[in-house]
Write a protein that binds this ligand. Structure first.
Ligand SMILES: [Fe+2]
Length: 316
């Protein structure tokens, strides 16, 4: 038995309580079809998607990759991974009007999203040697220290219809609450792997999608990739993207009026103020990447990227 979405809740309320939400058909098929055509070009696959398979020795298919790990990153922010290729077709994901409204609704403010376009292609083609099963525990995408309040959330747009056991992302709903509580008690605690935390396994939610469906994910909810072994060999293909605020959140109080859904999703363990600069780790990484780009490419990186992690500072 897997977790079922509570259809009685508005999707933002579902996100607050469960650390995840799904909005069906949020992105127009026209965009998804253009994006799929673009992915076909990028990975050099013109065959029907059910014929895409994991093959050893090809760039598309790293034989050592774990399920869900075929991630092609496109970062507008050079401080994330150095200078990455940009893609004018795929990045239009951020121009989809209903998706943009959803981001604004989550942040409770049409000016809050910082406009930075960082996203990945998440491709998980059929693995003939795989198994039709789901992982029983998950991970979060942070090592030590994990940010307790952070600056945003991620979401995944389905570019293909998928089947159960088709290598879909799974979420362990509600785990954002105990993860955050344990971090509040000990901010240096390692929470990366659920198995190391003592947090009980819960039933996973498998994001079985139709084209244009969007999964929203809390930064502290456990989640997992899975083997791609669906009956009709459908691959999982999605765009996995970040929505960040210009300012990091430094304080939350559930008693405050008019909190946004995103803030409420961080207020489930009571009032909290961060005890240290949560951006410090990213700032150190940014300094290294930008110095490397400027030295190796002999170009000057725009000043705004050097200060991107500092945007919590008022007026910055
Ligand atoms: Fe992850």
């Amino acid at each position: 038995m897997t977790f079922q979405i509570d259809e009685s809740l508005d999707w933002t309320e579902h996100y607050v309580r469960h650390g995840m939400a799904v909005v069906r058909g949020l992105v127009d098929r026209t965009f998804c079809e253009e994006a799929l055509a673009q992915v076909r070009r990028l990975v050099g696959e013109d065959r029907p998607t059910a014929q895409w398979t994991r093959r050893d020795g090809q760039a598309l298919n790293d034989p050592d990759a774990r399920p869900g790990q075929w991630h092609y990153g496109f970062f507008q922010d050079p401080g994330r991974a150095g200078m990455t290729t940009q893609n004018p077709v795929l990045e239009k994901l951020y121009d989809q009007p209903r998706l943009r409204s959803a981001i604004d609704r989550m942040f409770g403010d049409a000016e809050a999203w910082d406009g930075v376009r960082n996203y990945y292609i998440f491709l998980n083609p059929f693995n003939p040697d795989g198994e039709a099963r789901l992982e029983t525990t998950g991970h979060i995408d942070f090592k030590v220290p994990a940010p307790i309040l952070y600056r945003g959330f991620t979401f995944q747009i389905a570019l293909l219809d998928t089947e159960p056991f088709g290598g879909n992302t799974t979420i362990f709903p509600g785990t954002h609450l105990p993860v955050q509580r344990m971090l509040m008690e000990d901010p240096d605690r390692k929470m990366t792997e659920q198995a190391e935390t003592g947090i009980d396994a819960v039933e996973p939610y498998e994001f079985v999608a139709e084209v244009g469906d969007v999964l929203f994910m809390h930064h502290l909810v456990f989640h997992s990739g899975n083997p791609s072994h669906a009956p009709n060999r459908t691959p999982r293909l999605g765009l996995h993207a970040e929505a960040f605020r210009a300012r990091w959140l430094t304080e939350v109080d559930p008693g405050e009026k008019n909190l946004s859904p995103w803030q409420r999703s961080l207020a489930g363990n009571g009032p909290y103020r961060v005890g240290r600069d949560e951006a410090a780790g990213q700032r150190a990484m940014r300094e290294r990447y930008i110095a490397q780009i400027e030295t190796e490419r002999r170009i000057t990186v725009e000043d705004k990227w050097k200060r991107y992690s500092d945007w919590p500072e008022p007026g910055a």
